[in-house]
Structure formats: C-alpha cells, structure tokens
Design a protein around this ligand. Structure first.
Ligand code: B16
Ligand code: MG
Length: 216
C-alpha cells in the first residue's frame, strides 16, 4: 500500500521545457552554440549548471570559460527563463493534474515535489497549487542531481515515508532512473521520447486511477 506521491515538476505538473529551450537557445546563440529542440531533450531533468556544461561540450567550448563566467552565463539564462514564466497561470497545469492533486488531498495522501528546478516554488505559486504540496525538496541542498536517487529519497523522507511507500512521477529518463534507484514505484509521463524502466507509463494523469495506484 502506497502512502505518498512524489512529483517531478517540469513535464509532469506543467510544461516549462519550452521556456527552458527558448532561454538556452538564445544564450547558445550568444556564444556560438546551436541548441535545437532535439538536443534540448537531453537537458530535461538536468540541473541548470549541468545543462550549461552539456551545452558547452555540445559546442566544443567546454574549456573556454572560467567558473565565474559559467555562473554568469547560467544566471543570464535564468533571468530570461524567469521573464518567460511571468505569464504562467493555473491554465498551464497539464491535463488532469488539478483533479489528481485534489483527489489525493481528499484521501489524505500527501504530495511532494522533487524537481531539479530552483524556480519550483515560484512556478507552483503561479500555477496556484503550492498549498497542495506538503513538501518541496530544495535542490540547492542536494549533493547529486538526477539520475541520482537523492532527491527522491529526500522527498519521501520529508513526507515521513520510505521510498518504497511512495509513487514517483517523471517525464525525463534521468528522473525516472532516479525514482527506480530510490525504490519507489515509477510512473512515466510520456511527452514524445520513449521512457525506459517505468513500472507504468501514461500520456497524462487523467489515465490514472489513484485508488489502484495506491494498491501497488
Ligand atoms: P532551474 P524538473 C528541471 O525541472 C528541468 O527539466 C531542467 O530542464 C532544468 O534545467 C532544471 O529543472 C533546473 O531548472 O534552472 O529552474 O533551476 O523536470 O526536474 O522539474
Ligand atoms: Mg521533468
């Protein structure tokens, strides 16, 4: 019997990948690196600094910047990304999310957010669902990013459960690998690219029956 639900944010609760893409693409242009939609797939679930490192390697410029310069580049991307987030509203929740969270709340099944994004609290405020989460892991407190299971283990701990007592939801392969490595039951949310190793996959949360899921 499962007792808690642990959600990734980008790609599960809302689709902010398109804004990450626009912000990285523009930053890439400034430093002569082409970031296209296909390459952007590799950045899903990956932290801001690790995403920048991947972009620099992709463009063969991994040795061209000091740490301070890299931090300035990442900050610039984030400023642009946050600008793009200003118009987010509850209408930007992915299909079925609101109903699913409301059902969990009614059944007293606590929910947590395990997102690599340092902007998660701001995004959840904009979407009008921040009060539906009993815990939000602060990615700044982590030692390792996804696919390491640390963020999922921490989320379960914050809910007061073991990972085995939780269901995790992810749209990215790195995150899904982290969920499985933590010991949680993994629901993969498909958004184009196939996902490997999920216990169950759906295209949207409307396909799920919460009672059945809690029996897993
Ligand atoms: P930030 P998730 C991840 O969110 C995104 O998928 C990834 O593209 C992004 O680089 C990362 O958050 C960090 O975001 O720059 O806002 O701190 O999928 O883990 O919810
Ligand atoms: Mg995601």
């Amino acid at each position: 019997m499962k007792k808690g639900l642990v959600f990734d944010l980008d790609g599960v609760i809302t689709d902010t990948a398109k804004f990450h893409f626009l912000a990285w693409r523009d930053l890439g242009k400034e430093i002569g690196i082409d970031v296209d939609l296909k390459f952007n797939e590799q950045l899903k679930g990956i932290s801001r600094m690790d995403s920048l490192e991947r972009i620099l390697v992709h463009g063969g410029r991994q040795n061209d910047f000091t740490q301070a310069e890299k931090e300035a580049l990442a900050a610039k991307k984030n400023t642009h990304y946050v600008e793009l987030l200003q118009d987010l509203t509850p209408a930007d929740l992915l299909p079925g999310v609101k109903t699913f969270l409301e059902e969990a709340q009614a059944k007293k099944v606590p929910c947590a957010i395990a997102s690599a994004s340092k902007n998660a609290p701001f995004i959840l405020e904009k979407l009008g669902v921040i009060t539906m989460f009993a815990a939000i892991v602060d990615p700044a407190t982590l030692h390792k990013g996804k696919p390491d299971p640390e963020i999922f283990i921490k989320a379960a701990e914050m809910l007061g459960f073991t990972p085995e007592e939780c269901v995790g939801f992810e749209d990215a392969q790195a995150g899904l690998d982290g969920i499985k490595a933590s010991g949680m039951y993994a629901v993969g949310v498909l958004s184009g690219e196939p996902l490997h190793g999920a216990d169950q996959t759906v295209h949207e949360l409307t396909e799920l029956d919460l009672d059945q899921l809690l029996q897993k």
